[in-house]
Write a protein that binds this ligand. Structure first.
Ligand code: ARG
Ligand code: ZN
Length: 479
């Protein structure tokens, strides 16, 4: 008995829904062990994250994205700052419920064809959702190959704060940085960290430009008819916001770091002098963070430094992005994110302090290593902020969608980790860090998971410390 089309997961008092409720705990789950009587419904239009309700989708688990992109940057000024992107996304996914419909996120680009398992399907685009109606319908656990042909004019998209993100068109290419939900501006995607996938890329750009994505080159670039195609393979599972395919007039520097990790840096020649001193510390930093967090989790690393700016850096997986400069503290921060944020990713966006607190604390430790301020001194500086300062007025473990990248998430997040370290001691603290990466690496974890693991590893009761530091909107005094 198939469902009528309806917004997924919205129960109404119809016989069909009542049946489904009897059959299992959730409409999102098909009757287990009963493949003969599927209960088809639509996948939800969001992954269920309260901060970004339409980010990601229900009912699908994407295993792999193969992105074949053709990009032409803008003509020289005074032509408008707009590029042309044509893409073919080949998406291997598994249905996690019996689906008669499912969504991908796609924003500002137009899909012209959708093929599921070799057959053209009907589809629709409603605001930032691409709605696909697979026939035959997809049973729970079945694999599907979805090929979306799409494209359009690229601009300079912004997030809910008004910050540039996604496929940001530049005069000589594009800066592609998508935290938290900007991937939909360049490919059809299940845009939530709870769905990690492997990626391959084939990016064709005018000859003379370099297209840099995640992972390692899988073949030498090929040039024909004035266009060069760059091939990338990113086999480590990755959250969509960490994917990049930046295009520019980059100078490439490839070498192997002291820990054996292959490095691929791409630096805009206009920035070559500026960041090189800090980037040259990458090898030492890899060794430093491996000692604290365990083996570097991915197949490669490197930096993209662009001469245009989105106003921040991003820990794009295996290939951190820097706007104009790559200062030493930021180079350490983005590298540490590869363990803390990229390998272990936030379960919900409310857990962002686990990314930013760890990355900030990593720079504190690196600074101490370099004989600058000790971590304790950095902590003392935070504690010197007056109690009536707005800094203390937010809940770090629930900063709200507009608070994701605010100072308390970074600095009070880092101070929380230092307070924890002092409380449980260095041995337990670094065992916690390593166990965290080992246990949750490749997936996501929440603040609750972190608190539980800290108690497990230390054998201490830490309710008060976490409550005072993470979920009390005032300055901690005792904990
Ligand atoms: N996660 C990035 C970093 O810490 C910052 C991203 C900021 N994004 C933004 N939209 N403001 O390095
Ligand atoms: Zn960060």
């Amino acid at each position: 008995m198939p469902f009528r089309r309806r917004p997924a997961l919205v129960a109404t008092a119809t016989g069909a829904v009542a049946l489904a409720i009897l059959a299992g705990p959730s409409l999102a789950v098909a009757a287990p062990g009963n493949p003969g009587s599927p209960r088809y419904s639509a996948g939800a239009d969001g992954a269920g994250d309260p901060y970004f309700p339409l980010a990601g989708n229900g009912g699908i688990d994407v295993l792999h994205y193969d992105l074949d992109l053709d990009y032409t940057p803008p003509e020289p000024a005074p032509a408008p700052l707009e590029g042309e992107l044509q893409g073919i996304a080949t998406i291997d996914l598994v249905a996690t419920q019996d689906l008669d419909r499912f969504n991908l996120d796609l924003r500002g680009l137009t899909a012209t064809e959708v093929v599921v398992n070799g057959k053209p399907m009907s589809f629709d685009q409603v605001e930032n959702e691409l709605v696909i109606t697979p026939r035959p319908k997809l049973k729970t656990g079945s694999h599907a190959q979805v090929i979306v042909t799409y494209g359009g004019t690229t601009t300079r998209p912004t997030d809910i704060e008004g910050a540039l993100y996604g496929w940001v068109t530049t005069r000589d290419g594009a800066m592609v940085v998508s935290e938290p939900d900007g991937s939909a501006t360049w490919f059809p995607v299940n845009d939530h960290p709870t769905d990690k996938s492997t990626y391959t890329f084939e990016i064709t750009v005018p000859q003379g430009l370099v297209a840099v994505a995640n992972g390692l080159p899988s073949a030498d670039p090929t040039t024909a008819g004035g266009f060069t195609t760059w091939y990338w393979d990113a086999p480590d599972p990755m959250a969509a916001y960490l994917a990049t395919a930046s295009v520019g007039d980059y100078v490439v520097n490839e070498y192997v770091a002291a820990n054996g990790t292959p490095i691929f840096d791409a630096v805009d020649p206009a920035r070559l002098g500026a960041p090189s001193a800090a980037l040259a510390l990458t090898s030492d930093m890899l060794v430093f963070f491996e000692e604290r967090y365990g083996s570097y989790p991915f197949n490669s690393y490197g930096a993209i430094v662009d001469d245009d700016s989105v106003g921040y850096a991003l820990e794009t997986q295996t290939r951190s992005f820097f706007s104009r400069t790559a200062g030493e503290g930021t180079v350490a921060h983005e590298l540490a994110h590869q363990w803390m944020g990229d390998h272990v990713s936030p379960e919900r966006w409310a857990d962002i302090w686990l990314n930013e607190g760890w990355a900030t604390y990593s720079t504190w430790m690196w600074n101490e290593h370099r004989d600058r301020a000790t971590a304790q001194e950095s902590f003392d500086e935070i504690l010197a902020i007056p109690a009536d300062d707005e800094f203390w007025a937010s809940e770090v473990a629930d900063p709200g969608p507009l608070g994701l990248f605010t100072d308390p998430v970074y600095d009070r997040g880092a101070a929380t980790l230092h307070a924890l370290r002092v409380e449980i001691g260095d041995a337990a603290f670094f065992e916690l860090a390593k166990t965290w990466v080992e246990r949750y690496g490749g997936g996501t974890a929440s603040t609750e998971d972190f608190m539980a693991l800290a108690e497990e590893v230390s054998g201490q009761q830490l309710d008060t410390l976490f409550k005072v530091w993470l979920s009390t909107p005032s300055k901690p005094t005792t904990w």
